[in-house]
Write a protein that binds this ligand. Sequence first.
Ligand code: DGT
Ligand code: MG
Length: 595
Amino acid sequence: MNKKSQEFPLTKIQWLWQNMKGMRAIYIFGMFLTIVYNVMQLTVPYFSSKLIDTFLAGENAAENLRTKSDLFYKLLIAMVGLTVLRAIIVYIDCMIFENTSQHVLYKIRNFLYDKIQRQDMTFYSTYRTGDLMTRVTGDLDAVRHMVAWVVRIVIESFSLFAAAAFFFLYINWKMALCLLAISPFVFVIIYMFRNQVAPMHALLREKLAQMNTFAQENISGNRVVKAFAREDYEMEKFDTSNCDYRDTNKNTARVWLKFYPYVETIADLMPVVMLLIGGLFLMTPYFTMGEYVAFSGLIWAIANPMRMMGNIMNEFQRFSAASKKVMEIYYSEPKIKDKENAIPHPDRFKGSIEFKNVSFQYEDGDLPVLYDIDFKVNPGETVAIMGETGCGKTSLIHLIPRFYEPTAGEVLIDGIDVNDYKLEDLRKNIGLATQDVLLYSDTIEGNIAYGDSQIKPEEVVKFARYSAANDFIAKMPEGYDTIVGERGVGLSGGQKQRISLARALAVKPSILILDDTTSAVDLETEKQIQNSLNNLDFPCTKVIIAQRISTTKNADKIIVLNHGRITEMGSHSELIAKKGYYYELVKLQTGIEEL
Ligand code: DGT
Ligand code: MG
């Protein structure tokens, strides 16, 4: 996957709109209310201008106050009433925006989580956990902020500006034009600001992801840090990253500081122009005192939106940088997915496995790790894979559940290419205990029952017995209800391996794959496990990676890998007769000089 040059089918705003499905009508209504309450802001100055001209400063003010006192009170009540009504509308409007934004946030976050869940291994080696976490938290919050706040403020600013401009033009167009002539300068400044601040937001976002990645890796790897007493070093590393983030934040703020005085000056020019030109106009009959009051009472409605422009642009750029990161995941497609014409296979597999001239190379690797692998395992048989570290054992077995696809050749199960199965059908038939055991922070029972939530407690115990885990679990104070920590903290390596084996067995797989699963258990326990594996109460083909002869010698077929190639294959006695790597290994492990 090339995450740099990804193109999205929709623009950022279109994408946001698409995710508002179901909330669009109410959101538009919210926008309408924003316009309404902003236009209503102008009513107070309108009424005050009427009051002043009729009852306070006009020619017949005293006369009017006496004869039309009811109008005076009506105007006053209207002013108060409108203010209260406006407050109610603002409240409803905020609720609509906030609600919609939470709805969008919820929807996108679930979608992203689902996307991430369904990704293939390459995805997980491309993106770091801290970076992914930043995308579903910080970045997504910037998207929410866009829906909840930025859009409202944009509409607020524009409607206020437009309404004030119309109102000014309506009461006195000459004065209005003098004031409005200043505003275009702001747009030029904001445009220049945008160009400078956009890359800063992209950078800021990268720094945050970097810092989160540091923190995440450090917290999950804290045992290593402690073992090497590297706390100070890690603190220093984090401090550098934290400083970097702080400085980038400061620099981003500084960009605005550079432009801010100009915008502020232009906004502040408004009252000056008002005083100067308004004052001159007042001496002519074209401009009344009431009009002057209306203008100066509303001058902020022109000046404030100008001031807000910088803020809005800043938020837009933040949204732009963040939404790009979110959309990258939103539109990412796993390479390994169901083929269009994948064959549904609801029945249990028989369990034959065949590798036909399989070669494999990791996408980011320089050389193939498997060459021309060719072997067959019949249903119910056990195949053992041996070979020195790094020879490709794990890579080989990862081709069976289609974690990766071979670069050449094919892997068949029951005579059908694994690529032709539906992933769910394929994987549901495979029980895998991986080399690095990962348990969830859940009860031991929950961990064993992970692959089959319908499983009965007796069965959990049965599979724990099969994997020789029942004894130590039963000795724990809370038995199967003992909560294991994140990644299985609180258990020994061998205990974790046995729980992971029980978990693999609990799905009663047609194919059981064990990647070095008994490497950390003692020989006695291992023997016990071997015994149960030979007497499972369901048909099962077993693929076992191990270094110990004791684990592999009873297998129907032993495969020895060397630098990604099969160098020896056969039963224990056949391989001994061959006097190759296996023979040497047996000698080494048993201590017998001659076999
Ligand atoms: P082990 O577990 O230490 O006994 O070693 P194996 O035999 O399980 O080795 P394996 O299959 O994990 O690795 C074979 C080679 O492939 C080795 O040179 C490392 C490389 N390799 C493993 N995983 C990846 C990966 O995700 N990406 C890349 N580029 N190379 C990998
Ligand atoms: Mg391995």
